[in-house]
Structures are given as structure tokens and as C-alpha cells.
Design a protein around this ligand. Structure first.
Ligand code: PGA
Length: 256
């Protein structure tokens, strides 16, 4: 890695009540006291955001939402805006997670609008891309990644400027929640492709600076090998981020 601070992010999905969320954050803080060389982020459900924000206090944990809508306010029943997320204390927002794309039919065009709105609201987007097993087996992985990147970052690419801090996440759909992790080599290959795409679409400084997280069955047992790859800058973790023991081990990857 070339000076990019590793980031370990926990995506809690639709799990944990407020009490459990606060306890998990407290235990995470206790387990990372002595660390200064890793960034940590948690993405609780909307209902726990404010309580988690309070529990974080002055510790070095960033707070993210798992989704948002692209409008600021109005008649959009059931939706939450970036402005509301800022008010709840979020600094980041995960956008385009494969569960949003597949279950809730979000398209790259919709994600692009959300990315734009997030940046306007002062949130840092974590934009996810990844291929399905069928697409991988058909040899279409890079095509799919390119298509999703072009579609989801259209507003940035138009001006050839990526908002500062923007984070990308490569999450092969076949590895999410399945226990089947991409091998470090498979993940590296896709991360390298994504980084080179950033270089072509933006510039070499952005290519070098952008952090690209790997997501899909990351566990304490496989994180060290994944993080050893040159283009993997961190992990976006689902299942293994729900328990303090494993999340702290992930944050402390390669250390005692
Ligand atoms: P997983 O989920 O770690 O449970 O595979 C990763 C994600 O969906 O972000």
C-alpha cells in the first residue's frame, strides 16, 4: 500500500437493536485503544445511528449509514435523506451495496444520483461494485465492474473529479454472506482493475489515493492475506462485524 490508511468497516445490515449496537461499539472502542494506524467505521441500522454516535464519543470510529435517498426532503415516504444522516452524526454512507442493487432493484443511475446528493450533503460515499457468480463464470467480471463504475460515478467522471475521500468497495456477490471468500489473488485482480479504471477516468493522483475495500466473507482467518495485497486497502465486513470479538480481531489484523 502506498500511504493509504487501512479502513476496516462493519456493515451491520438489518441486525442489532439499540442496546446491542451500543455494547458492540463500547467493546470495539476498548479493543482498539492502542491503535493509531487503522481507520474504523461502523454502519448500524438507521434506528441505532444516534445512540451509536453518542457511544462513539471522541473515539476514532467513523459512523456510516447503509443507504440514503437522493433528494433532500419532500414527499418520499419511507426514505431518509443525506441531510438527516448528517444530523444523526454520520460522516459516511454506503451506496450501491449488492443487496440494494439486487433486492431493491437499485440501478447504477439511481446510485449515481445518491452519490451526488451524499457529496452535496457533506457525506463521504462508499460506493460498492461487484459481479455475480454467473457473470464471473461467463468471464464478464471486468465488464460488469466497468459498467457499474461508469454508471455509479457518472457525475464524478463527467468533471473528471472524484469527491475527496470517496471510498470504493469491491464485493463479489458470490462471496457475500456465503462463507466463500475471493482468494487474495482474485480480489487483487479486481482491485487492480478498479484502480486502473480510476486512473483512466480521473487522474493518477486519484488512482493512487482512492481507498478500495474488499467485502465478502472477510473473517479474522483470512484478513491478513487479503490485506497483504497491494491494491486492497481495507475490508467491508458484514457477518464478522456483528460480534466484538471478531470485529476487534479484524481491526487488529496482523497484530496481537
Ligand atoms: P459478509 O458481508 O461479510 O457477511 O459476507 C459483506 C457485505 O455485504 O458488506
Amino acid at each position: 500500500m502506498t500511504g493509504r490508511m487501512p479502513l476496516i468497516a462493519g456493515n451491520w445490515k438489518m441486525n442489532l437493536d439499540i442496546d446491542e449496537s451500543v455494547k458492540l461499539v463500547d467493546a470495539t472502542i476498548a479493543g482498539m485503544q492502542d491503535l493509531a494506524d487503522v481507520d474504523v467505521l461502523v454502519a448500524p441500522p438507521f434506528t441505532a445511528l444516534s445512540a451509536v454516535r453518542q457511544a462513539i464519543g471522541n473515539s476514532r470510529i467513523f459512523l456510516a449509514a447503509q443507504n440514503m435517498y437522493s433528494e433532500i426532503s419532500g414527499a418520499f415516504t419511507g426514505e431518509i435523506s443525506g441531510k438527516m444522516l448528517r444530523e444523526a452524526g454520520c460522516t459516511h454512507v454506503i451506496l450501491g451495496h449488492s443487496e440494494r442493487r439486487s433486492i431493491f432493484k437499485e440501478t447504477s443511475e439511481m446510485i449515481d444520483l445518491k452519490v451526488k446528493a451524499a457529496v452535496i450533503m457533506g457525506l463521504i460515499p462508499i460506493v460498492c461494485v461487484g459481479e455475480t457468480l454467473e457473470e464471473r463464470e461467463a468471464g464478464r467480471t471486468f465488464d460488469v465492474l466497468q459498467h457499474q463504475l461508469e454508471g455509479s460515478l457518472k457525475n464524478f467522471a463527467k468533471d473528471r473529479t472524484m469527491a475527496p475521500g470517496t471510498i470504493l468497495a469491491y464485493e463479489p456477490v458470490w462471496a457475500i454472506g456465503t462463507g466463500r471468500t475471493a482468494s487474495p489473488g482474485q480480489a487483487q485482480e479486481s482491485h487492480e482493475f478498479i484502480r486502473k479504471w480510476v486512473g483512466k477516468s480521473f487522474d493518477s493522483e486519484t488512482e493512487d489515493r482512492v481507498r478500495i475495500l474488499y467485502g465478502g466473507s472477510v473473517k479474522p482467518e483470512n484478513i491478513v492475506d487479503l490485506m497483504a495485497e497491494p491494491d486492497i486497502d481495507g475490508a467491508l465486513v458484514g457477518g464478522a462485524s456483528l460480534e466484538a470479538d471478531s470485529f476487534v480481531k479484524l481491526i487488529r489484523f496482523g497484530k496481537k
